[in-house]
Ligand binder design. Structure first.
Ligand code: PLP
Length: 426
């Protein structure tokens, strides 16, 4: 196969999704899969569905439309407040949206009325990270406005922490979210289906054994895709962290001096890494056909004995402890930022490696489903499956609510947490 490619281990993604879904279900929490770092890859969403993920969150309506066109019928929530200029498209294709602006709610209601649909609304509350959200003191008024619109269905409330200022979910802000949910229910005499506590950055809070309170829903991206929590980027026990691998080809390999020479000015981009160098000592240096246009170079993990030392638009520069060869392929791990950009590059092919039996974590053979720029090709490859033992992120913690909640309660919450697909008749 030519050109750089992202190899995507669907079997590992299945494992992560199933594992998180089951662990969180024991706490009465449903997982919404946030597929945006994969640019809404249909194969990924289907894998998540097979692992029991029942709904998808996406920030961009274009991605939701593409998933619908690919035949995905799962409920989908637009997890960024809709643009006023896109409300018709949002109502037509998304089951619901995250909202914090009265003007947008009115526009959604008008669009839904016009299309004869009812649009789901998750009201986002600002709890300290200073990105999206209604200030708690204003929540009741916005809820009232939502409830006054028959074309809108108030699904519940949610919050988002971690993304802007790295604010962590903690017992205080999560208790505040729970209290706000209960206060709204009392004030309006209703039951909220969803209390969406946040994203992957909520997992350390749960793992610490705190009670979820009213939180019955999390919107997870990074934890499902990369098996990490975003606040400290630590690996979550029992999850795969290497489901995505970026493979790129060497286009120049030479021994070059350890230091540049000549008068220095600005580079085309900020330096990626400046490893300590022995002045003047020659180095094995190589260029790969990959650049800042394709990936965030700072988020790449190079193979052993190789270091990323720089990048410009179309070249990735590495140094190595061994001779490298033109035509040789190197395999890189990716962090969230590198993955997000690599999935967006039209120059990087996506190769989905799907296990023979996605439900079985013991398989070793894998089918290679190539979805590259030209279209779909079917190839076969043999993969060594790294079996993960039954580590638990949340289940073994003392003080967690898993054992205190009956399975009946859990089932009840999961059923109540399901919201309808796009286009519920108004
Ligand atoms: C509103 C919202 N919810 C959930 C997520 C998922 O975040 P994470 O990847 O940290 O789980 C994001 C970010 O993608 C988001 O913007």
């Amino acid at each position: 196969m030519s050109g750089p490619r992202l190899e995507i281990r669907l079997d590992q993604l299945h494992h992560n999704a199933r594992s998180l879904r089951m662990q969180l279900a024991a706490h009465g929490i449903t997982v919404m899969g946030v597929s945006k770092a994969s640019l809404g890859l249909p194969e990924l969403v289907r894998t998540w569905a097979a692992a029991g993920i029942e709904s998808i969150g996406e920030p961009r309506i274009e991605t939701i439309e593409a998933l619908r066109a690919a035949g995905i019928t799962l409920p989908m929530l637009l997890i960024r407040s809709p643009m006023l200029s896109q409300v018709e498209r949002v109502v037509a294709q998304a089951s619901g949206s995250c909202n914090s602006e009265p003007l947008v709610l009115q526009a959604l209601a008008a669009a839904a009325r016009q299309q004869g649909l009812r649009h789901g609304v998750l009201l986002m509350v600002e709890l300290g990270d200073l990105r999206e959200g209604i200030l708690p003191a204003e929540l009741e008024a916005v809820a009232q406005l939502t409830l006054e619109q028959p074309a809108l269905k108030l699904l519940g409330i949610g919050t988002n922490l971690g993304c802007q200022h790295g604010i962590a979910a903690d017992p205080r802000n999560m208790a505040e979210l729970s209290a706000l949910a209960t206060a709204l229910e009392r004030r309006f005499g209703l039951r909220l289906e969803i209390v969406s506590g946040g994203n992957s950055s909520n997992l350390p809070w749960l793992a610490a054994g705190h009670s979820p309170g009213r939180v019955n829903h999390l919107r997870l991206g990074e934890a499902l895709l990369l098996g990490r929590e975003p606040l400290g980027r630590s690996a979550l026990p029992g999850l795969h962290t290497g489901a995505f691998t970026l493979v790129a080809e060497i286009i120049e390999a030479k021994v070059k001096p350890g230091q540049p020479w000549g008068e220095r000015g600005q580079t085309s981009f900020a330096a990626v890494a400046t490893p300590a160098r022995r002045p003047g000592s020659p180095r094995q240096r190589a260029l790969l056909a990959l650049g800042v246009q394709d990936v965030d170079p700072a988020g790449l993990s190079a193979p052993a004995g190789v270091r990323v030392v720089g990048a410009s638009s179309d070249h990735l520069v590495v140094e190595a402890d061994r001779p490298l060869a033109v035509g040789e392929e190197l395999r890189f791990g990716l962090d969230y930022s590198a993955l997000l950009r690599a999935m967006t590059s039209p120059f990087i092919a996506r190769v989905c490696l799907a296990g023979d039996n996605l439900g079985d974590d013991n398989h070793e053979d894998a089918n290679l489903l190539s979805n590259n720029l030209q279209g779909n090709k079917l190839q076969h490859s043999k993969l060594q499956h790294s079996k993960l033992k039954g580590n638990s992120l949340l289940g073994d913690r003392p003080g967690g609510d898993a054992r205190r909640r009956s399975s009946a309660q859990t089932k009840g919450l999961r059923a109540a947490d399901r919201f309808s697909p796009a286009g519920s008749p108004g």
